[in-house]
Design a protein around this ligand. Structure first.
Ligand code: C5P
Length: 231
């Protein structure tokens, strides 16, 4: 498989735990997501180790700061050689443009988080945002596209509508994926890999169904086969 669509979320607190899992996986079947916990604990050395094993890395640090700081952070992340990085769309147009202009289009993919899925209507009103969560997601996705970023992280349940609105080229990366017989854990709005792919998701972020499987490689193979015939 040349373009694996599964991104395994390495939600671990140490390099040892992360590597124990990664040693069971194969770079032709999945990419890896390193987030704030693991990166803060282990730094760029772990990223280098994971890339040396042949994996593409999504560095999920969700930058959100003044434009100059975000631009420099994006450059530093790109210099690590990772495959994809992200920023918060709520940082606004100037910040998104600064991030876009800081890194060439052809190198690292640059995507945005729209609205955190942990935020409900009350949280949104608390911070003075207007509209329903799905309207805000659409607005922020459009802003992301206007600033020429490559795509957004979104719920697979939002992917269908966003795919129609944003066109074919815009990347949709969806967490909240569970196999049919899987436990939901703390995720509330979940879909199967097949539903996510049918809704137009390009890449699927999957954590515990793979990281806590008895046989993570087999689980990764099974989840891949669910989406292998879908565009
Ligand atoms: O274990 P699980 O499959 O629920 O992990 C999903 C991953 O996707 C976690 O790293 C989580 O932080 C991330 N994520 C999410 N929902 C979002 C954005 C990111 O679950 N809206």
């Amino acid at each position: 498989m040349n373009n694996p669509r599964i991104i395994v979320a390495l939600d671990f607190g140490s390099a040892e735990d992360a590597l124990r899992l990664v040693d069971k996986l194969q770079p032709n079947l999945c990419r890896l997501k390193v987030g704030k916990e693991l990166f803060t604990a282990t730094g760029p050395q772990l990223i280098e180790k994971l890339m040396a094993k042949g994996f593409d890395i999504f560095l999920d640090l969700k930058f959100h700061d003044i434009p100059n700081t975000v631009a420099n952070a994006c450059k530093a992340a790109t210099n690590l050689g990772v495959w994809m990085i992200n920023v918060h769309a709520l940082g606004g147009r100037k910040m998104l443009m600064a991030a876009r202009n800081a890194i060439p289009q052809e190198t690292t993919k640059l995507i945005a988080v729209t609205l955190l899925t942990s935020m409900d209507q009350n949280d949104i009103e608390d911070i003075g945002l207007q509209g329903k969560p799905d309207q805000i997601v659409e607005r922020l996705a459009q802003l992301t596209k206007d600033c020429a970023l490559d795509g957004v992280v979104c719920s697979a349940l939002e992917a269908n509508k966003l795919r129609q609105q944003m066109g074919k080229e815009f990347l949709l990366i969806t967490p909240g994926i569970r196999p049919l017989d899987g436990s939901a854990n703390d995720q509330k709005r979940i879909t199967t890999p097949r539903q996510a792919a049918e809704n137009g998701a390009n890449y699927l972020v999957i954590g515990r169904p793979i990281t806590q499987a008895k046989d993570p490689l087999l689980m990764c193979q099974q989840l891949n086969s669910e989406i292998s015939n879908l565009t």
